[in-house]
Each structure stands twice: as C-alpha cells, then as structure tokens.
Design a protein around this ligand. Structure first.
Ligand code: GRF
Length: 177
C-alpha cells in the first residue's frame, strides 16, 4: 500500500488517485495543504503532522512513520512534500520512498527549480522521479523526461502535465515489483 506526503495543492496526489493506485494514507506537514481536501474527497485517511507539535523533526517523523505503517503503507511517494525527511523516517522505508521534482536533476535541486532553470537561461529543463535520501533532491534517479523551456508562458503547465503522467507510471511499475 502507498502512503503519500504532500505540502501543497496536491495535483500530483490527484494524478496518483486518478490512476487508481492503492493509496492507504495521505499526510502533510501543513494544515492548509490542498492535498488534504483531495484525500478527504477520495475517502483516503489523512492527517497533519505539524512539526510545531513535536520536540523535534525526528520525533515528528517517527510518529508519521508509525501512522503510515499502521495503515499498511510499505511504499512512500513525496508529491510536493517540502520538508527533508530525517533518518528516523528514511530508515523505516529504505529504498521505498520516491519523489517527483520539476527539473532534470542534478540540475536545479530545491524548492525553486523552475525559476532557477529560467534564471539560468537553459533551453531544456524537465521532470525527474528519484529515490529519496537524506539530501536535498540527491537520491538515485529512476526516470527523467525533458521539457523545452519555450514557450515559457506555458512552461509550468507543461512541467506539471509531465509530472502527472510520469509519477503514476513509475509508481505503478515500482509497486508491481
Ligand atoms: C510539483 O511541481 C513537484 O514537482 C514539486 O512541488 C510541486 C507540487 O505540486 N516538488 P502539487 O502539490 O502536486 O500540485
């Protein structure tokens, strides 16, 4: 069963839901994440794990991992989750956590990948699905797809469209193994 972590709007979560993947739980670090409403609408158990409620991030991550495992989660997808995970979480799902990122890693890691690609003046950026480790978007790449920067007025939209196709595809393949 899949657990999804999301901090934002949740359009990638929605793509996973729409693909019919077996999502057992959705968690967020933010109470205002649109992803929670999408989980609710799809009758998927969901919960906020706000770091302010814990002594530190490791304590929060332990409780988050407990909550997911109680719901049968054995594979975790980060779909716009904007916190780094601590070893307290990573050790529980070693090599079973993937992330979607809006650039061709190792180019433009971090939260501003699309803006950074534009500022750098590259012709092509893209989407990466990769395994998650302690670093910021540093885990092994699983799949990448290029996206041309021009026409830039639609760059964000085109990147998201690729994410919404690529992420469910890769997750389905990995879960089948
Ligand atoms: C996506 O672009 C993802 O690659 C990045 O954050 C964004 C999340 O969007 N890490 P959403 O919340 O899935 O709509």
């Amino acid at each position: 069963m899949i657990g999804v972590l999301a901090s934002g709007e949740g359009s990638n979560l929605q793509a996973l839901i729409d693909a019919g993947l077996p999502i057992a739980a959705v968690a967020s670090n933010r109470g205002d994440a649109g992803a929670l409403a999408r989980a609710e609408a799809a009758w998927i158990p969901n919960r906020v794990f706000d770091v302010d409620g814990y002594s530190d991030r490791a304590a929060r991550d332990r409780e988050l991992a407990d909550w997911l495992q109680l719901r049968g989660v054995d594979f975790v997808v980060l779909a716009g989750y904007m916190h780094l995970l601590t070893p307290a979480f990573l050790d529980r799902f070693r090599d079973r956590i993937v992330n979607v990122h809006p650039s061709l890693l190792p180019q433009f890691p971090g939260a501003r990948a699309i803006a950074d690609a534009l500022a750098a003046g590259v012709d092509t950026t893209g989407v990466t699905v990769h395994y998650v480790d302690e670093g910021l978007d540093t885990g092994a790449v699983i799949r990448q797809e290029p996206v041309t920067v021009e026409p830039r007025a639609t760059l964000v939209e085109r990147i998201h469209a690729v994410e919404h196709r690529l992420l469910p595809e890769v997750v389905r393949e990995l879960c089948a193994h």
